[in-house]
Design a protein around this ligand. Structure first.
Ligand code: ADP
Ligand code: MG
Length: 697
């Protein structure tokens, strides 16, 4: 296999465009890509035609505007290239207009009331900054044109539009910071993202028999296997043959799409794995992550496997996340998060760092919200996962720099020399900082921050939109304060010092999983938000609305629609899970246990009849019957509670009702059934066990 031949072969890349588009049009496309602006219809026609020819050579029959509605996945509607046949013949066509804009009948996408009234129309518009590609699937080969999705009035109906807006806002504010330090040449600042993707694999035959996996993507019942992850023997362990073949196929498919999948390894939990690509600009990384998830699922099926992207497919062992590695870089290739050799004298880095701390501290609750999704409810705050409290890990070295700066930097000092006091103890930072803290939700890792709260199934668009927005705001505040300062060096030091002192409480280098941290975080006044339902209201807090409006990332209406959708999503998905539990309990588990009690009862009778001691069987029967009664009662209670929730109450109340009343009933049903699984003869047990699914892939 020759990777360089395969790589990007399904992408209409810049080099393909250069080959296939006349120079004048190509130059125009590049300029719009880099600086924004509009393509003329003439150029759009030329580009569309070249795209179509290229796609047809790849075997494509259809094109689609590929977009990312608020469902969190991607959407596509295929249109073929054929035109109205004349004399029985058809021409194949893709016009500039078809390339640039589409109007899908999108009335069934969640909009949170945005298009409820007269604004029924939604438009897709080509996002020229993300590459066009062809996708090979059961439908054949489809030309996919990445687009944004907006309403008739220009409101964002997708996850991509706000992300692009946030990137622009960040760039404008970051350039102001760069200028403060004398750089006059950088034209923009771009966030880069590398998303490490965790996932589980399960045998498809077993998957199909686990209705909870089919309907909810996670197990809703299941006793722990005798062995879990306690030996740490899976992490980085040897990859099983079948899994290895899957990974190889997956890599090839991703490489064809120009996704630089690079790292693969076994994760902590049995049957859990990870894939990491090389980072890309944030919008491309978002697209690529969506494609990666989609490709994982598709390729798994070829191996009779199912890829579980859910954040917590199995209770009691690690769940899956998506570490969102994030850095910001000038178009001249300078990473603003790079501390350099001598961070304490790197004033620009210190200012950037103080802005990051301020941004995260001011909007910890918003960041927590950006990483919440229904599946992540079962991961955040769990035993292995990052806790539901936002804090920043800097590592001892940078932490010391912050301490030094706050305490040693004398206000009257402008001489850099005086800052040397005690600084010799600060070792030079290398890109590969040696200390690691896997328990921190937001960790500095050398020249990037790693936001680890994000769920494995979730789109990374919202977390990155949020990160870009909060940092844009912090940069704006700093630039407002420092532009035009008489003595810049001095003003800057004093700004950094007071900002760091004010926000130091967000830094936490200890064990984020410990009980003490929860108490300590509360003492520091950091928000501790344990559920998505409690996180959503922040979207409409005044400071959040005004920040988003100021930087034109969301308006209030868009935020209101998003909060509606999140409540609705929570309520609906929890409802599906509860329904699935009711089905499984009443149609599979309880009947199986009843059959088993009959067997036991018969045995007891038979033994009694011949005068043999039946105390063991009788004891077991009593124990099983007791748990059966408990399960049946819990089932009844769950059904009663479900029946009592009425949709008229509005999505917020619905979400709370599911969270407060249904989830505890679901737990109460699961407990006795999981206990029964350990008591009842495995030949009568109607489901595959955790052991079957986790250790027999
Ligand atoms: P770690 O082992 O610290 O998690 P890796 O080198 O494995 O770091 O990288 C993890 C992810 O971070 C990869 O997707 C990688 O491409 C990405 N990454 C590396 N450097 C940067 C950067 N400067 N900005 C954004 N992402 C980055
Ligand atoms: Mg990592």
């Amino acid at each position: 296999m020759n990777i360089s031949e395969i790589f990007g072969s399904n992408v209409f890349s810049i080099s393909v465009m250069r080959e296939r588009i006349p120079k004048k049009d190509f130059t125009r496309v590049m300029s719009v890509m880099e600086n924004g602006g509009q393509l003329s219809m003439g150029t759009a026609d030329v580009v569309a035609n070249a795209m179509k020819d290229w796609a047809i050579e790849k075997g494509a029959t259809h094109y689609t505007h590929w977009f990312q509605p608020l469902t969190g996945t991607t959407a596509e509607k295929h249109d073929s290239f054929i035109t109205y046949p004349e004399n029985g013949k058809t021409l194949l066509q893709l016009s500039g207009k078809q390339l640039i804009m589409g109007e899908p009948d999108a009335s069934s996408f969640p909009t949170g009331g945005l298009r409820a009234t007269s604004y029924a129309r939604g438009y897709t518009a080509w996002d020229i900054t993300s590459p066009v590609f062809v996708k090979e699937s059961g439908c054949g080969v489809i030309l996919c044109i990445p687009t944004v999705f907006v309403s008739y009035t220009g409101e964002a109906l997708d996850k991509k539009t706000p992300l692009l807006r946030s990137m622009e806002a960040l760039s404008v504010q970051a350039i102001r910071i760069v200028r403060l330090f004398g750089n006059t040449t950088a034209r923009k600042v771009v966030p880069y993202v590398g998303a490490e993707q965790e996932y589980f694999l399960v045998d498809r035959d077993k998957y199909l028999k686990r209705k909870d996996l089919v309907y909810a993507g996670r197990t809703l019942f299941g006793a722990p296997a005798p062995k879990g992850q306690e030996l740490d023997d899976h992490y980085f362990g040897q990859i099983r043959e079948r899994v290895g073949r899957f990974m190889q196929d997956l890599n090839i498919e991703l490489w064809k799409l120009g996704i630089p999948a690079t790292t693969q390894h076994n994760e902590v939990a049995p049957s859990q794995h990870e894939l990491a690509p090389i980072y890309a600009t944030a919008n491309v990384a978002v697209d690529q992550n969506q494609l990666t998830m989609e490709t994982m699922k598709r390729v798994a099926l070829k191996h009779n496997l199912v890829c579980l992207l859910h954040e917590k497919p199995y209770a009691g062992i690690n769940g899956s996340g998506k570490h969102n590695n994030w850095s910001i870089n000038t178009d001249e290739g300078e990473n603003l998060f790079d501390p350099g050799e001598d961070p304490i004298h790197n004033l620009r880095f210190l200012l950037v760092l103080s802005c990051v701390l301020a941004a995260i501290d001011d909007h910890a609750d918003l960041l927590r919200e950006s990483a919440s999704d229904v599946g992540n409810e079962y991961r955040l705050g769990g035993q292995e996962a990052p806790p539901a409290i936002i804090s920043v890990f800097l590592g001892d070295q940078l932490d010391e720099v912050v301490e030094q700066f706050i305490h040693n930097s004398d206000q009257t000092t402008t001489e850099a020399g005086e800052l040397h006091t005690g600084v010799s103890t600060v070792p030079v930072l290398h890109i590969d900082a040696t200390d690691r803290n896997r328990t921190s939700p937001f960790a500095f890792t050398g020249n990037k921050f790693e936001f680890r709260m994000v769920g494995s199934a979730d789109s990374i668009a919202s977390p990155n939109t949020t990160l870009n927005a909060v940092l844009a705001e912090a940069f704006c505040n700093a630039a407002d304060a420092l532009e035009g300062a008489e003595d810049f060096q001095r003003a800057c030091r004093s700004y950094i010092r007071s900002s760091m002192a004010r926000h130091q409480r967000i830094i936490f280098n200890g064990d984020g999983y410990s009980e003490e941290w929860v108490a300590e975080a509360k003492r520091r006044g950091l928000p501790v938000i344990n559920s998505m339902v409690d996180a959503v209201p922040v979207l409409l807090h005044d400071d959040v609305v005004s920040m988003y409006e100021k930087f034109r990332i969301f308006n209030r209406t868009e935020l209101a629609s998003r909060s509606e959708i999140r409540y609705e999503n929570y309520a609906k998905r929890t409802h599906i899970e509860a329904n699935a539990m009711v089905h499984m309990a009443s149609k599979a588990y309880i009947p199986a246990v009843i059959r088993y009690t009959r067997q036991l009862a018969k045995t007891v009778q038979e033994l009694d009849a011949i005068g043999v001691d039946a105390s063991v069987q009788r004891g077991l029967l009593e124990q099983v019957t007791g748990l059966l009664r408990q399960a049946s009662g819990a089932l009844h209670e769950l059904e009663t509670q479900l029946a009592s929730i009425t949709p008229e109450r509005g999505v917020e109340q619905m979400a709370h009702a599911f969270h407060d009343r249904i989830v505890p009933c679901m737990d109460a049903l699961r407990t006795p059934i999981d206990q029964l699984e350990l008591l009842v003869d495995q030949d009568v047990w109607p489901m595959f066990s955790y052991g079957d699914m986790l250790f027999e892939v």
